[in-house]
Design a protein around this ligand. Sequence first.
Ligand SMILES: CC(C)(COP(=O)(O)OP(=O)(O)OC[C@H]1O[C@@H](n2cnc3c(N)ncnc32)[C@H](O)[C@@H]1OP(=O)(O)O)[C@@H](O)C(=O)NCCC(=O)NCCS
Length: 170
Amino acid sequence: MISCRRATNADVDLFRSIRLRALQDSPGAFGSTYEAAIRRDHASWRDQILSTSDGIDRNTQFAFAADQCVGLAALYRDQDTASGEIVQMWVDPDQRGSPAASILLGQLRVWAAEVGIHHLVLSVTSINGRAIKFYEKQGFRSTGECLWTDPNRDLQGIRMTLTLASLRDE
Ligand SMILES: CC(C)(COP(=O)(O)OP(=O)(O)OC[C@H]1O[C@@H](n2cnc3c(N)ncnc32)[C@H](O)[C@@H]1OP(=O)(O)O)[C@@H](O)C(=O)NCCC(=O)NCCS
């Protein structure tokens, strides 16, 4: 049984540990690296989670199986475009193929609609076939646009988008 909840100000250590696990587990999935993240100080993790724990601009969600945290995802509003970017999406390898990822994304989609974000974007690395397939199942489509490259790791981030308003037409 998977449950989700929004991060609170008390979740600084949980956020740091799960994000570091994600970066260590899936180095080819993110623009950020474990090596850079492990050097961040406590204040930077605290400030990041505080910016997401209430309000209408950012939302971090944790997924739990029993009392174990097994997933993380966040949605950050882009003030200029009125869209929102899905970031940090990760579930524990033991929970892949379970509903955890879709529940996390579902929570963020509901919240996005509540706070007036109607267009979701994300970047996924071109080598990450599993994530691309997951997002396609959730209705996202690739625009083919390359958002960033990291020549040191031979990675490029590809843009995928989903217009939430279109869900009402399905
Ligand atoms: C991305 C992620 C959250 C998706 O969650 P998940 O539980 O694995 O997703 P699902 O199992 O529901 O969907 C993945 C689909 O890809 C398929 N798949 C598995 N490996 C694949 C591959 N190499 N290429 C293409 N498709 C693949 C799976 O069979 C599944 O399809 P199905 O439901 O038709 O069988 C999870 O895999 C994860 O945390 N990955 C590591 C971190 C990551 O990549 N984050 C995304 C950053 S943008």
